[in-house]
Design a protein around this ligand. Structure first.
Ligand code: ADP
Length: 351
């Protein structure tokens, strides 16, 4: 079965084409169409370009959707009702859900008559215990505005958990894992018996670990304080916390780990940025080991986690026990999306 996976941003669409009937699955083609709105007039045109490039018969399409809100606990076959629900969650993911919706509606027209499946970043976290996803703010904010921890990067955390189970030769439902996705965005998840029980990203991807340009955890009282001192509005503070903080903000040099590693021996602010980055991850590993009463393996993925054994060693030093394994596993969110799409397509054909 040939499956096209589409991962849409506001000005780009990433794609991968897999043959899933092969064992192991075979990647047939991949690419990125950029500058939609500038060089390429629309998502519709970008899709037509992708179809020309892949030039193959497609049996099903898998779409990455960032926010499945409080409705989707797993990947689903897309119909009009699913589209309406994703539209409803646009308010929670104003930057991410609209381009996915555009791509879904255009591709259902252009590549019609085959199953289209939505795979949500948030779905892995749907079943977390209430005590992990509730914020201690008035309950009505949850009822009225759906404010809770949603978690993101779920497809990546789920993929590397499954890979780890294969490597460790132990079923997922017998494992306590901590998965660290360290890329430009960073998040960490406690996976107990195959289920995510806590994660660092929250209502938005801003919470949790120190990231390339995001601050991660901080005292919310800092926000009005900065607004007053710098005489800026809330949007400007949020822009600072999302785009000018994290490794970039503290180092005043770069959000790119490779750049920072080169400078760390010479530059105090770079060293501090790396120290905060590592310390925050250690704290979460300690906390998640505690709430799971142990941890069989800590898994590292994402650009930093897959490529930087020095950072991984530094993070693990003194925080994990001798019995805990450390694994560096390349993530493949698109393959996970293709596998979900395959499973759902096969099941829908049985009905
Ligand atoms: P994104 O979250 O945008 O998908 P990536 O997962 O590609 O990003 O991660 C980007 C980060 O990974 C950058 O900080 C980059 O410096 C780091 N990185 C990529 N390759 C290496 C490497 N070989 N060694 C150290 N860090 C790396």
């Amino acid at each position: 079965m040939i499956i096209l996976v589409l991962n849409s941003g506001s000005s780009s669409i990433k794609y991968k084409l897999f043959d899933i009937s092969k064992d192991p699955e075979k990647l047939l083609n991949k690419g990125l169409v950029e500058r939609i709105g500038l060089k390429i007039p629309s998502h519709k045109q970008a899709l037509e370009d992708i179809l020309n490039k892949v030039g193959s018969k497609i049996d099903a399409v898998g779409h990455r959707v960032v926010h499945g809100g409080d409705r989707f606990s797993k990947s689903v076959l897309i119909d009009d009702d699913v589209i309406r629900a994703i539209e409803d969650f646009t308010e929670l993911a104003p930057l991410h859900n609209p381009p996915s919706l555009l791509t879904i509606s255009e591709s259902r027209k252009i590549i019609s008559g085959i199953p289209h499946v939505a795979v949500f970043d948030t779905a892995f976290y749907y079943d977390m215990p209430e005590c992990a996803y509730f914020y201690a703010i008035p309950y009505r904010f949850y009822e009225k505005y759906k404010i809770r921890k949603y978690g993101f990067h779920g497809t990546s955390h789920r993929y590397v958990s499954e890979q780890a189970s294969g490597i460790l030769k132990k079923p997922l439902n017998k494992l306590k894992l901590i998965t660290c996705h360290l890329g430009n965005g960073c998040s960490i998840t406690a996976v107990k018996n195959g289920k995510a029980i806590d994660t660092s990203m929250g209502f938005t991807p801003l919470e949790g670990l120190v990231m390339g340009t995001r601050s991660g955890d901080l005292d919310p009282a800092i926000i009005p304080y900065i607004m007053e001192k710098e005489n800026i509005d809330v949007n400007a503070v949020m822009e600072t916390l999302n785009k000018k903080s994290g490794l970039l903000g503290v180092s005043e040099l770069s959000n790119d780990m490779r750049e920072l590693m080169k400078e760390k021996g010479k530059n105090k602010k770079v060293k501090l940025a790396l120290d905060i980055f590592i310390y925050r991850i250690k704290k979460y590993i300690g906390a998640y080991t505690g709430v799971m009463s142990g941890c069989d393996a800590v898994i590292f993925t994402g650009g930093i986690g897959e490529n930087n054994p020095d950072i991984v060693k530094e993070i693990c030093k003194g925080v994990i026990s001798k019995d805990t394994k450390t694994l560096m596993i390349p993530t493949d969110e698109e393959l996970m999306i293709a596998c979900d799409t395959y499973r759902i397509t096969v099941n829908s054909q049985k009905k």
